[in-house]
Design a protein. Structure first.
Length: 256
């Protein structure tokens, strides 16, 4: 178990953007007739397949990613099933990265619907980070579409920022400070923590999760170098380099 003194304050460094019900939201943005209605995106047109995304209207009936279509129709007879159109999801993905980049550089693209941004020292106060997050939301609503919503998490490291995005959905904005731990995580189940955290936490979860979460830092050397480059260029008032784009994340929407 990695050890970390949670009593030591750590500055907010990461702003994480996670789009809500992404595939279904794109479909609702593109087709006005889908808005406000329960919708499931499916990979193939058969009753034996599963939903790969569900709108929040469908989630209200208990339909989730992975729910078999025949069960989903029992839960919600008026459910609309739409065949996935991955080319459109990729198109919106790139548009959203560009829009976020107007407010703060995207340091890492984590998947087709998740991006991470590094906060400089003049951006990591609660007030300034809130301004950036709200400007991202306003920009997306104005320039991409108001049916594409996101939850944003801000925390000392990327892992905690990702966890924060899941605390308030949809359209949330959540901060996790080092002094919030471990209490902020007590309400979460192990399955709510992304990755293989449960292997480390086990039955000692409530005592060890804060130390583990604070100790998790980006392990990718290229990402760490990229964050350093962004910080240096922005401090000098120079344009930042293009964000690290992992091609498989954009071209294969199943890697979410």
């Amino acid at each position: 178990m990695p050890s970390f003194d949670t009593s030591l304050p750590r500055p907010l460094r990461w702003l994480y953007v996670d789009f809500n019900s992404y595939f279904a939201s794109v479909e609702q943005q593109m087709n006005p007739s889908f808005r406000g209605r329960p919708l499931a995106v499916i990979p193939v047109e058969t009753e034996s397949t599963c939903a790969i995304a569900a709108s929040y209207e469908a989630k209200a009936f208990g339909i989730r990613t992975g729910t078999p279509v025949h069960e989903a129709r029992k839960l919600c007879p008026q459910l609309i099933c739409v065949l996935a159109r991955h080319n459109h999801y990729v198109e919106y993905h790139h548009r959203l990265i560009e829009e976020i980049g107007r407010h703060i550089p995207v340091v890492d693209v984590r998947s087709i619907d998740e991006m991470a941004c590094y906060l400089l020292s003049n951006e990591n106060s609660v007030g300034r980070a809130t301004e950036i997050a709200l400007s991202i939301k306003r920009g997306i609503a104005a320039n991409i579409g108001k049916y594409i919503r996101c939850s944003i998490g801000v925390a000392p490291n990327m892992y905690l920022a990702k966890v924060a995005t899941d605390i308030q959905k949809p359209d949330g904005l959540t901060f996790i400070h080092s002094h919030d731990l471990p209490g902020k995580l007590y309400g979460l189940k192990l399955r709510d923590l992304p990755g293989d955290t449960w292997l480390y936490c086990g039955h000692e979860y409530t005592q060890s999760n804060a130390r583990f979460a604070l100790s998790v830092e980006p392990r990718n050397a290229a990402l760490v170098a990229r964050a350093g480059q962004v910080s240096e260029l922005r401090a000098k008032g120079l344009p930042t380099l293009p964000s690290l784009m992992r091609d498989e994340c954009a071209t294969n929407p199943f890697l979410r």
